[in-house]
Design a protein. Structure first.
Ligand SMILES: NC(=O)c1ccc[n+]([C@@H]2O[C@H](COP(=O)([O-])OP(=O)(O)OC[C@H]3O[C@@H](n4cnc5c(N)ncnc54)[C@H](OP(=O)(O)O)[C@@H]3O)[C@@H](O)[C@H]2O)c1
Length: 297
């Protein structure tokens, strides 16, 4: 039986496509006919993931890029490589960007840019990547940006006094703050660009999912707690369905839903919808990424 392939001709970038939710989403989207531009941080894992996706969708075009999101110069280089690839082969357009790569670290680790790693990988990297890929997204008829957030953004605020948690590092706080930043970014993107472009941004809440996210880069109680907790989690194919739906359904219901879980639009926290906080975070992110205010031009 020939599968229905509604995404033929669509080019979809997915970060963190070498494992867990990102890999599962890449499989589904490739099966629907999309060209997959996967991003991983290791060439070996990227090659394994490409083979995995092709075993599910043998006719798909799958190309992987590598970049470590803890280094902003690697994010810039990645954007340049994607731009070149997409310009040569896909008419210079990117239909969907799935900002999915994410991390949690039990230790306080400072990146080469001088930033706290979880904030850098989970928020600054997708912020910068989206910004650098904006011309490709604008070239698509109705591009979508999906950023994988988490229920853990609730009951959290941006810790303005110490965003990088230099004075007091707690892995859960760092993670929650970064996932809140994902929703603030999504809402602010739409405030700034929905009026002048056909691009729309959405945040995805995957629920609790059985992946290795809390087992990597971690030791002691963080790793132990995650190894226990993940057993209650859903298979990565569950949030992958939500990602595929939000990425591909021509008309979303409701059309203005920005936070999606289990294929339904639900409300994010009230704080995540605060325009003043989102604007402040946007300005700080631009400054930390060394960007001007081009998004709002
Ligand atoms: N699992 C859950 O219960 C859950 C719940 C809510 C939200 N989320 C979110 O879902 C997203 C995916 O997480 P997951 O659970 O699927 O975890 P995962 O299986 O560990 O996958 C994370 C992906 O991100 C990549 N990655 C990690 N650090 C990176 C870095 N420094 N540079 C570039 N890529 C990096 C990983 O690469 P490697 O393969 O090389 O490790 C992997 O491809 C994350 O944003 C996470 O916050 C997960």
């Amino acid at each position: 039986m020939v599968k229905h392939q509604p995404l033929i001709g669509k080019t979809i970038g997915i970060t963190g496509a070498t494992a867990g939710i990102g890999l599962a989403a890449a499989r589904v989207l490739a099966t629907k006919g999309a060209t997959i531009l996967g991003v991983g941080r290791s060439a070996e894992r990227a090659a394994q993931a490409a083979a995995d996706i092709l075993s599910t969708a043998p006719n798909a075009e799958v190309h992987f890029f590598t970049a470590d999101f803890s280094a902003l110069r690697q994010v810039r280089r990645l954007a340049e490589e994607i731009r070149e690839y997409v310009t040569t082969r896909h008419g210079g357009k990117l239909d969907v960007l799935v900002n999915n790569a994410g991390t949690v670290t039990s230790r306080y680790i400072v990146t080469e840019d001088g930033y706290e790693t979880v904030f850098a990988v989970n928020h600054l990297a997708p912020f910068l990547l989206t910004r650098q890929l904006l011309p490709l997204l604008q070239a698509a008829p109705a591009a979508r940006i999906l950023t994988v957030s988490s229920r853990s953004h609730r009951n959290m605020r941006i810790l303005w006094g110490d965003v990088m948690l230099r004075w007091f590092y707690n892995p859960l706080l760092a993670y929650k703050q970064s996932k809140l930043a994902n929703v603030l970014f999504t809402a602010e993107f739409n405030r700034r660009l929905a009026g002048t472009t056909r691009i729309r941004a959405y945040a995805i809440d995957p629920g609790l999912v059985n992946t290795e996210i809390g087992s990597k880069n971690n030791h002691g109680i963080v790793r132990w707690a995650w190894d226990l907790r993940r057993r209650q989690g859903a298979d990565p194919s569950v949030p992958a369905r939500t990602i595929a739906m939000v990425a591909s359904r021509p008309k979303l219901d409701p059309p203005d839903g920005i936070y999606w879980r289990d294929c339904q639009s639900i409300a994010p926290s009230r704080y995540a919808l605060r325009a003043d906080e989102a604007e402040k975070l946007w300005s700080l992110s631009e400054q930390l990424c060394g960007l001007g205010d081009k998004f709002s031009e």
